[in-house]
Design a protein around this ligand. Structure first.
Ligand SMILES: Nc1ncnc2c1ncn2[C@@H]1O[C@H](COP(=O)(O)OP(=O)(O)OP(=O)(O)O)[C@@H](O)[C@H]1O
Length: 249
């Protein structure tokens, strides 16, 4: 089996008496979508924050591309290729979709001291930014200010930004949230193709999307992984049905 791109071992994080992450270990291998599911408050976002570097674990290790990244901050992990879907709040709402992606591309390039006027004509920025918008289906809306994009389009823009950074792994925290059925279907098809480019750790409540996409599913309940396996294994797992799937049945 191929070496994991991302490898987490015995990660722990408490908030006061609450064990938000209680000894989590998981691997993400090349070419796969590993879905992380679990009820509200199970600790999924807390885990993603620790992997991205925005929250420091109490103990445990996170290895990315063979390197222990525990001491690295968010920016250093992002530069290594740990791509996280941006939260809506991080979009520059007054700027166009295109300019939002260009800012991300620019942040990856060495010389960032350019005037904005020059930036908008700089093909080393516009071309990769347009390519990312085209891949996410947002190219027709490239010149629309982010403030005027629909909720679903902003989610597409976040993924375009993550893509433009040339990631080696994607951490996607509920990319389907707030999308209509058509948007979810389009995003599911898109993510399906994306896994070959970079494996995806996918936190998602939309079980249709999870069952359609996941090579492997881990189920998190009260900060612990109670089961990990293929879609079929998880669907038929009695503890999972009781702790999670049964909830919505
Ligand atoms: N900064 C914090 N301080 C204190 N408690 C926190 C903090 N962040 C998260 N928690 C708590 O940790 C637990 C896990 O939260 P988390 O947001 O990771 O769950 P989740 O699985 O992502 O939930 P959801 O599916 O609703 O997004 C919750 O009980 C939450 O209230």
């Amino acid at each position: 089996m191929a070496e994991p791109v991302l490898s987490i071992r015995d990660l722990r994080k408490t908030f006061g008496a609450l064990k938000a992450t209680d000894g989590v270990s998981l691997d993400l291998r090349p070419g796969e979508i590993h879905a992380l599911i679990g009820p509200n408050g199970a600790g999924k976002s807390t885990l993603i924050h620790q992997i991205a570097g925005s929250l420091r674990p109490d103990s445990g290790s996170i290895r990315f591309l063979g390197q222990d990244v525990g001491e690295l901050g968010v920016a250093a992990r992002a530069r290594m290729g740990l791509g996280r879907s941006f939260q809506i709040s991080s979009l520059a709402l007054e700027f166009s979709a295109l300019r939002n992606v260009m800012l991300a591309v620019q942040s990856r390039q060495a010389s960032s001291f350019r005037f904005l006027k020059g930036v908008m004509r700089d093909r080393s920025l516009t071309e990769p930014a347009m390519a990312a918008l085209e891949r996410t289906g947002l190219a027709p809306r490239a010149h629309v200010p982010a403030a005027e994009l629909s909720h679903g389009e902003r989610r597409q823009l976040e993924i375009a930004i993550a893509l433009a950074l040339g990631p080696k792994t994607f951490l996607l925290d509920e990319p389907m949230a707030g999308m209509g059925p058509e948007g979810s279907r389009a995003l599911t098809a898109f993510l399906d193709g994306l896994r070959q480019e970079a494996p995806i750790l996918l936190v998602e409540h939309d079980m249709d999307a999870v069952f359609a996409l996941a090579d492997r599913i881990s189920v998190l309940v009260y900060g612990r992984i109670i089961a990990s396996g293929t879609v079929d294994e998880i669907r038929s797992h009695p503890d999972v049905r009781r702790a999670y799937l049964g909830e919505t049945a």
